[in-house]
Design a protein around this ligand. Structure first.
Ligand code: ARG
Length: 560
């Protein structure tokens, strides 16, 4: 819409900048009130006249082939786009640019580092990590669409006291074969067993601390067990990432920074930022009204924060990032505030290019899901179940579909992703497979199904030469869709600025609804002089739906 808005703004006034005017342009709620509305309050102040007067004066002067009329409504000028010209222009743009429609280059190839997913090795990949994975993956795609170069980092939780627990549990009750066969389930069982047994026997916690100390000191047995657990878990995580179609450029987890930690502590020391507090070394953050950031415990053990400071410094040296995102649950907000402030105190000028991107919880029947007591839903099982349900639905809707397995996978996985991304990320998400797999309502399958339906119309239509035959003449009912297509680039910009994939998902639902309404009223394949433009519209809808779904991390099957 911006492009068209600019056309009026250029003529309105050269005392205000185009940006200033664009900011004020509104889109009226009802099409009958026009396509764009310009409020004259700011100009009124500037020119010392009433906004109504200015609206009347200006509307008489405005001319542009893209608009058919300007109507004054109180202090507003409402502009009506010249539909035929716009239709032709928009559809030609979408068809010409294809998947690049809506792309920006304000990123200028600068680096964005996205830290996401980052599960903990000794624990299974829970539903909680799913949120970080899908949100981070989508934000990565969106940043790329805006012209940034994205580095995807999986900051594996592969270090910490939990490995002490796991080693103890494994040595007491574990079995090589069982772990190899079913790493995540088996390691989880051991982890859970450790906690239930530790409630009865306090010695176990002590043992666990001892084994973690051994691990930190490079004990051979401890190290090899750790390495093995890490490999087995990573192998399982990779299966999930493959299913979700998510990839990383780096798997440098917490352990990777072990050797660099001393350097960080040395720097903090040299800068006189460390203080003793209860025997531990901390950075005081009183001036920010935050609790001190714990750097090193009295026994010399380093902490999650120390590793994150070290990782941030490493990442900057490695990538000179323009932005660094940490897609991590809101329960870690304090941690990231502390990290950023400590880096500020260390006088790294890039400290404020770091953003924590928080999100809400996944709830089951209104309650938080937790790993501790084994009340955890394993993501792999969830995905399998979703794919199975998708297959049943497809079987009912389209029993003759050839690539059922493939499509069921796209739909099942897509349903999970879309369900997560359709809400503002700060909201909690209630987990319900049944809801997410519905083919109606605000679901992934609904958007995918709309795309497949549009593809099937195009298949029936056969070859069309859009470049030659496109006119822009089309029935009024298409206008909602056209306006929605115009919005796509600005939706992407907004979702980037807000770090909010739901801008895209909500947009897609709206586009799908508009298209289905159109499809219900209009015989698309009817052979009249609108036919080519109608088909161009359908083709454009498939392009934008597919690209929008891709930005969310989903696929768009052509048959469903
Ligand atoms: N492994 C952590 C967890 O599951 C998340 C790590 C997020 N990334 C980071 N750089 N701290 O809670």
């Amino acid at each position: 819409m911006k492009d068209y808005a600019t056309k009026i703004t250029e003529q309105i006034d050269n005392t205000l900048s185009v940006e200033e005017i664009e900011k004020q342009i509104e889109i009226p709620k009802y099409t009958s009130q026009g396509d764009l509305a310009f409020p004259c309050f700011v100009l009124a102040k500037k020119w010392q006249k009433s906004p109504q007067e200015i609206a009347t004066d200006l509307s008489e002067k405005l001319t542009d082939p893209l608009f058919c009329k300007f109507v004054v409504v109180g202090p507003y000028i409402n502009a009506f786009l010249h539909k035929e010209t716009i239709v032709k222009d928009v559809l030609a743009q979408v068809l010409k640019n294809g998947e690049n429609y809506g792309s920006w280059n304000f990123g200028n190839g600068k680096n964005v580092v996205v830290d996401f997913s980052s599960p903990n090795i000794a624990k299974p990949f829970s539903m909680g990590h799913l949120r970080s994975t899908v949100i981070g993956n989508s934000l990565a795609h969106i940043a790329e669409k805006c012209g940034y170069k994205v580095i995807r980092i999986n900051h594996l939780g592969d270090w910490g006291t939990q490995f002490g627990k796991l080693i103890v549990a494994y040595k007491l009750w574990g079995n090589v074969q069982q772990v190899k066969q079913n790493p995540l389930t088996e390691l989880l069982a051991l982890y859970v067993k450790f906690h239930t047994e530790a409630e009865k026997n306090t010695e176990l916690e002590k043992e666990a601390r001892l084994w973690f100390k051994k691990l930190e000191d490079g004990d051979e047995e401890a190290y090899h067990l750790w390495l093995w657990f890490r490999e087995e878990s990573l192998h399982e995580f990779t299966k999930i990432y493959d299913l979700l179609n998510v990839h990383f450029d780096s798997y440098h987890g917490e352990a990777f920074y072990n050797e660099q930690m001393n350097e960080t502590i040395k720097t903090l020391n040299a800068q006189k930022l460390l203080e003793y507090s209860d025997g531990a070394q901390v950075v005081n953050l009183g001036e920010f009204n935050l609790p001190p950031c714990l750097i090193q415990k009295s026994d010399g053990a380093t902490l999650y924060a120390t590793r994150d400071l070290t990782a941030a410094i490493y990442r900057y040296n490695q990538y000179q990032f323009d932005k660094a995102y940490y897609v991590v649950g809101q329960e870690q907000s304090l941690h990231f505030q502390q990290i950023i402030h400590v880096l500020e105190k260390m006088e790294y000028p890039w400290a404020n290019n770091i953003s924590h991107i928080p999100f809400g919880f996944i709830l089951k029947d209104g309650k938080k899901m937790s790993t501790r007591k084994g009340k955890v839903v394993l993501l792999e099982q969830v995905i399998e179940e979703a794919v199975m349900l998708a297959k049943q639905n497809i079987q009912e809707k389209n029993p003759n579909l050839l690539e059922k397995e493939e499509v069921a996978k796209m739909v099942g996985v897509g349903a999970i992703i879309f369900h997560d991304l359709k809400h503002e990320k700060q909201n909690n998400v209630e987990f319900s497979l049944e809801d997410m797999l519905k083919f109606e309502g605000n679901t992934g399958p609904y958007v995918q199904y709309t795309h497949a339906r549009a593809c099937s119309i195009l298949r029936k239509a056969g070859q069309v030469n859009f470049a030659k035959d496109l006119t822009g003449k089309i029935e009024e009912e298409s206008w909602m869709i056209i306006k929605q297509l115009i919005l796509f680039p600005s939706i992407i910009e907004k979702s980037f600025e807000r770090n909010e994939p739901s801008e895209v998902s909500k947009y897609l639902i709206q586009l799908a609804q508009d298209f289905n309404k159109y499809y219900a009223h209009i015989k698309i394949l009817h052979n009249d002089h609108y036919l080519v433009t109608r088909l161009a519209l359908v083709k454009s809808v498939t392009i934008v739906l597919e690209e929008g779904l891709r930005l969310l991390g989903m696929q768009a099957p052509e048959h469903m």
